[in-house]
Design a protein around this ligand. Structure first.
Ligand SMILES: [Zn+2]
Ligand SMILES: [Zn+2]
Length: 394
């Protein structure tokens, strides 16, 4: 039986708005985008019809963290983020033991394999993020769970075929081999939680690294390298990313991590084609203010949420507690980026960086019917994954 659905409103394309237009989907695939109103179908209408968001860096929500390592925890997080507009999600590891990482990967694989709309956002792949961080840049991750990369640990994980994004600090022993292995397994290779110099970034770039996690957070700066190397002062990850056209990065645009000026600067320097919006959200999304664990429920480090952001008192921020709808709204208010550009940073750009843009990331014929109905404030009224409507919150 064939199912046709149709959306009506201002359609958001990667490079322009298409007012008073229609998106027609059949059997979970977009068939047509344009002015022509299809006959015999009652359209679902909204102010904006946008592509589903793609979040390449996200840890939790709804009280659960992917590192809790159960299919139920994975589903809880995926449901929460779908309600905020993320239709393709990349569950992100924290630091932890090999066993904890293994459980997380198995749980994600099981949920990905048997996905239905009741499970929330669809898993695009896992972001293997912790544990290969620099000891002085672990941020809110538990430092006991950090270590240098060892092929005996990561090779079996890559062989599962689930990891699409892989992070490692460029300056730690074994980084070069890790980057090469990640590239061989067709991952977006990224450097994060790192105090790397330009020279270490250049080595990483030669080994396939093309992305840096959450710009300005847990990364090197000229002054952090001065502490490491003295003078002459060294160029840092920041200069390396800004100087290399091929390098992409991401911002946590929750309004708490970065000021409007930094968001605007990142957009002007990297443009929408090389800047991704990420939530980097922890388990406190849609949860009351309180004390929570970052990472595994039994062993993760403690942080607090005030309902606006996660933080460790007297230390610093501990990732966001908001969904992608917030990142899109903040970015659009804080910067000169146009609405199509802001939405591109939350959809097509991350899809391109992980190599899934043939299927997801924009509204075009042949792509998955991952569609958002947005109101004039950019709030998500309803989300569709593969043409299936998410259960409505109201
Ligand atoms: Zn981080
Ligand atoms: Zn993170």
């Amino acid at each position: 039986m064939s199912t046709t659905i149709c959306f009506e409103g201002t359609v958001v394309l990667p490079d322009r708005l298409l007012p008073e237009s229609y998106v027609v989907c059949r059997n979970g695939i977009i068939e047509h985008v344009g002015k022509r109103k299809p006959e015999g179908i009652t359209p679902i209408s909204g102010t904006y019809i946008a592509p589903g968001y793609v979040d390449i860096h996200v840890h939790g929500g709804g009280g659960s963290d992917y590192m809790d390592g159960t299919p139920e925890a994975v589903r809880t997080v995926n449901r929460v983020h779908l309600s905020h507009g993320t239709t393709t999600i990349f569950p992100t590891t924290t630091t932890g033991t090999t066993e904890e990482l293994c459980r997380m990967l198995q749980a994600c694989r099981e949920v990905q394999k048997n996905w239905s709309i009741a499970d929330g956002a669809r898993i695009g792949g896992v972001h293997y993020y912790g544990p290969y961080f620099a000891a002085d840049k672990v941020g809110c991750h538990s430092v006991e769970g950090r270590r240098d990369p060892d092929p005996a640990e990561y090779e079996p994980f890559f062989l599962l075929g689930l990891i699409r994004i892989a992070t490692c600090a460029a300056e730690i022993p074994g980084a070069r081999e890790f980057y090469k292995a990640a590239k061989r397994h067709q991952c977006l290779v990224t450097c994060g939680h790192s105090n790397a110099s330009w020279a270490e970034m250049a080595m990483a770039y030669d080994s396939g690294m093309r992305h840096v996690d959450h710009f300005w957070c847990a990364m090197s700066s000229v002054s952090s390298l001065r502490t490491r190397f003295g003078t002459p002062m060294q160029a840092s990850m920041e200069q390396f990313v800004l100087a290399h056209e091929e390098m992409s990065t991401e911002v946590i645009a929750d309004g708490r991590h970065l000021s409007p000026e930094l968001l605007e600067f990142a957009y002007r320097m990297k443009r929408a084609e090389r800047l991704c919006l990420v939530t980097d959200a922890n388990r406190a999304v849609d949860m009351p203010p309180g004390r929570y664990r970052f990472g595994p429920v039994e062993t993760g480090s403690w942080f607090e949420s005030d309902g606006c952001v996660g933080f460790v008192p007297e230390v610093g921020l501990a990732s966001s507690v908001k969904g992608m709808d917030t990142m899109v709204r903040v970015m659009s208010q804080a910067t000169s980026a146009t609405l199509p550009e802001v939405i591109r940073m939350a959809s097509l750009t991350p899809a391109e960086r992980v190599g899934l843009d043939e299927h997801i990331g924009s509204l075009g014929p042949g792509k998955h019917a991952d569609v958002l109905v947005l109101d004039s404030t950019l709030a998500v009224q309803q989300a569709f994954v593969g043409g299936c409507a998410s259960p409505r919150a109201d």
